[in-house]
Design a protein around this ligand. Structure first.
Ligand code: ADP
Ligand code: MG
Length: 816
């Protein structure tokens, strides 16, 4: 602004009109219909109501009406009821320290009168009639008029934002606003179980929420969030009374690994106040990320009590957020408690399957007519309740197979050994645990996921015997043919007598619980605990992934330090440990084409030869392969029972254990794995046997660098047409299965096709590398944080190297 003399005019300061001030302030407290409702609801609760009912018109923009049976408002207070900063809840600022009511600012009702029409009907105990009065801009419109009433208060808020056109226009979708209102009521309904809540749309006879005041917390969750959630709840508690960390008590209900939703629902109360805390939510989501399928989220109800003086409730006008002391330590304890709980419940993960098994259960055949047909869109498909059963988690593999045979018939070929067609026995008692039909969709999602796994394996390369691999196998064990033969004759004898140690165990310990209690497994797990290097554990648990440094090492930050972690070593250890923890409880990866053990072994031996680890003096490769096949066939039942490595009667490998959700190992390493099982497993004693099978699986599943060179690094070499000869050395994922004829020339050596081949390779290699990095960040790290107990030897063999300290780096940058 310029005045006539050309100077900039200084704007003068004026006192704003009070009505303007109030309207501005009102906008802060009453941001939308749901925030008005929250304030009204809290007032009713503060008034000691045990019954609260809400009626809403047009998402609350036209009308929010709330009726309670609380103590009411006395006639004398009515004139100042809706003035700003009038409250019956505190007298002095210090009262905030010991406050037990939800409200204290004396602003809510006042704010509403500046942006809506507000009417109150109220009656206190012992009166013969109530009063009705309307308010506008903080003041009564006329005197209160006597009216018929019952004890309690009814407040009507009409035409919200009638005078704030811009705000009103922002709420285009009343049903979205209505669902926000329902959300607020739902949350309070599960916190305040002594209070009955109901909510409906104006004119509807049906309520959208209805809870009884006598409900238990799980009943309330069921009533509000549905049986699908309630069924999968586990209770969780945590507490701390050490003033140097944090003082709190937490209890809640969280969904188990069997439940998943698109969005996290976290109902959080701190000292009875409905609040949000994004850091706590994120910390818990990290825990679930390791056990739930990708993009699936949990349900969480958490109630925390802490000394009132540790919480600052006055940091947000709508009291939506609070701040409290020792937030980090508290979040950490809660995260740990949830982790522990989920680890316990993770082994009881259930699968939902249609009863293709009905015959073996004696369910009448005609019931099959109404069986749900799982289609891609699989929604709204209803099935009779007796068709959905919780299956025995001791053999999820069989359950999935049974299901897939029916429902995936369209996707998976049949009659070629792709799926097992044997009906699966199911213990009768399991059928009693009848599942709710609403699970159908989740089930479809699970199957979908499994299908993805299958597709991933479809392209599994098993044939290219020109592959160069880094075999970790002990060369001498290959040479020790005699030892192998001894092993086999021993095994044959054992199998004749049906008395090998492990097979005997299999028979004796079919019971799932007993199996988990096998002392050898307990001992191996105890060793893991004893040998944990706490420093490295802390780094892994609390680090932030930064990115890959090269094909093995990645950068992470822990506190102010920068580390390089060896992904191969850590992932190998993690997978080894997980095999022991999930022992006997694996879900399965189904090989789309059962792979002949013999052919796998021949491929592996050819690779050994190429890398100079096999010599003719070791004996003919086909014989070694044959002996190994026989050995593995002897051990097939045990491998199936405990590790879900199933081998069919024709010596084909059919399934692998699923150890980390969303992770399948690199199938190019399958031949080496089978050879490893044959050569490096100690079959003699139970403990060593389990340990060495777990180690072989860990070796196979570890996140090795892809066998394809990285295109961006090697673009000028391998992926150039001029180097086509080298390309033929590069492993390819072939579309064919192991039983088909070997592909003689997978790569043309010359001609016009070359650039295409180059592109195809480059693309495939790029995908493999990108996929690996994603897996490291989103699958490996969350799982390591949750489960890995790094042993001492990892801390000393270069699995973690400290490379920089950030303070020092800052110092350097400061000088620049
Ligand atoms: P605050 O809740 O912060 O005190 P409000 O503006 O929400 O401020 O309410 C002002 C006062 O009105 C409250 O302190 C309470 O005394 C009274 N009041 C509001 N709603 C009710 C109700 N449903 N029942 C009884 N008293 C109420
Ligand atoms: Mg209030």
């Amino acid at each position: 602004m310029m005045d006539s003399s050309g100077r900039t005019a200084v704007p003068s300061i004026k006192r704003l009109d009070e009505a303007v001030v109030n309207r501005i302030a009102a906008g802060e407290v009453i941001q939308r219909p749901a925030s008005a409702l929250k304030e009204l609801l809290e007032n009713s609760l503060d008034a000691g109501a045990t019954s609260i009912s809400v009626v809403v018109k047009e998402g609350g923009l036209k009308l929010i009406q709330i009726s309670d049976n609380g103590h009411g408002i006395s006639y004398e207070d009515l004139p100042i009821l809706c003035e700003r900063h009038t409250t019956s809840k505190i007298n002095s600022y210090e009262d905030l320290q010991t406050i037990t009511t939800l409200g204290f600012r004396g602003e809510a009702l006042a704010s509403m009168t500046f942006v809506a029409h507000l009417t109150v009907i109220t009656m206190t105990e012992g009166q013969i009639h109530g009063y009705r009065v309307s308010y506008k801009d903080g003041a009564m419109e006329g005197e209160p008029r006597p009216c018929a009433a019952i004890k309690g208060t009814q407040i009507m808020v009409e035409n919200l934002f009638y005078n704030v056109i811009a705000r009103k226009k922002a709420f285009k979708n009343p049903s979205e606003e209505y669902s926000r209102i329902l959300d607020v009521i739902s949350r309070y309904a599960i916190q305040k179980i002594g209070v009955s809540f109901s909510c409906k749309k104006h004119g509807d006879s049906r309520t959208d929420i209805h809870t009884d005041s006598t409900s238990s917390r799980t009943d309330a969750i069921r009533a509000v969030y549905g049986p699908g959630v309630a069924r999968e709840l586990v209770s969780v508690t945590a507490s701390d009374d050490d003033p140097s960390h944090s003082i709190f008590k937490m209890d809640g209900y969280i969904s188990s690994a069997n439940y998943s939703a698109k969005k996290t629902t976290m109902v959080l109360f701190i000292n009875d106040r409905l609040v949000e805390c994004s850091s706590l939510k994120k910390a818990i989501e990290v825990v679930y990320a390791a056990i739930l399928p990708k993009a699936s989220k949990p349900f969480l109800y958490i109630s925390i009590a802490m000394p009132p003086e540790h919480v600052d409730i006055n940091i947000h006008p709508t009291k939506r957020e609070v701040s409290f002391l020792n937030q980090e330590s508290l979040i950490d304890s809660i995260q740990k408690a949830i982790e522990a709980k989920l680890m316990q419940s993770n082994t009881t993960r259930t699968f939902y399957t249609q009863t293709l098994l009905s015959r073996s259960l004696g369910v009448p055949d005609e019931a099959e007519e109404s069986m749900p047909v799982q289609t891609q869109g699989g929604r709204n498909l209803k099935a009779p309740v007796n068709k959905l059963v919780r299956t025995d988690p001791s053999n999820p593999a069989g359950r999935m197979l049974a299901f897939m045979q029916k429902s995936l018939a369209g996707h998976v070929g049949s009659g070629n050994g792709l799926v097992d067609t044997k009906p699966v026995e199911m213990p009768m008692e399991d059928t009693r645990k009848i599942m709710d039909l609403t699970k159908n969709e989740e089930f479809a999602a699970e199957v979908q996921e499994d299908q993805t796994g299958l597709n991933a394996l479809n392209g599994a390369h098993l044939q290219n015997n020109k592959v160069h691999k880094i075999a970790q196998m002990d060369a001498s064990s290959l040479a020790g043919r005699e030892a192998l033969e001894h092993n086999i004759s021993q095994a044959n004898e054992d199998s004749r007598n049906e008395l090998t140690t492990t097979r005997r165990l299999v028979r004796q310990r079919r019971n799932l619980k007993e199996r988990a209690e096998l002392t050898s497994i307990q001992e191996l797990l105890a060793t893991i605990d004893q040998e944990t290097h706490s420093g490295l554990e802390d780094i892994v648990k609390h680090c932030t992934f930064i990115g890959m440094a090269d094909e093995r090492l990645c950068f992470v930050q822990h506190k102010t330090y920068l580390y390089l972690l060896d992904i191969v070593k850590l992932s190998k250890e993690l997978l080894y440990q997980q095999v022991l923890r999930r022992f006997g409880h694996f879900n399965v990866i189904q090989l789309s084409n059962a792979a002949s053990l013999y052919e796998l072994l021949v491929i592996a031996l050819d690779e050994e030869e190429q890398s100079g680890r096999w010599h003719e003096s070791d004996g003919p490769k086909d014989q070694i392969a044959q002996l190994n096949v026989e050995l593995l066939m002897c051990k097939a039942q045990m491998l199936q029972e405990y590790f879900n490595l199933s081998i069919d009667e024709s010596a084909n490998l059919c399934t692998l254990p699923l150890i980390l959700d969303q992770y399948t190992p690199d199938m190019d390493r399958l031949p080496q794995f089978v050879l490893n099982l044959g050569n490096n497993v100690d079959w003699e004693t139970e403990k060593e046997c389990f340990d060495s099978v777990a180690a072989a699986i860990g070796e196979f599943y570890a996140i090795h660098p892809p066998l394809f060179p990285r295109p961006s690094v090697t673009s000028s070499e391998v992926y150039q047409p001029a180097k086509a000869a080298e390309i033929s050395q590069v492993p390819r994922r072939l579309e064919t299965d192991v039983n088909s004829e070997p592909v003689q020339e997978s790569v043309p050596q010359s001609g016009a096709d070359e650039p295409e081949v180059e592109d195809e390779f480059r693309l495939e290699a790029e995908n493999a590398w990108a996929q690996r990095e994603w897996t490291i960040q989103h699958v490996l790290f969350p799982a390591m944080k949750l489960f890995l107990k790094p042993p001492h030897h990892l801390a000393n063999n270069g699995a973690a190297i400290q490379v920089a300290r950030l303070e020092n780096l800052y110092k350097i940058f400061e000088r620049c």
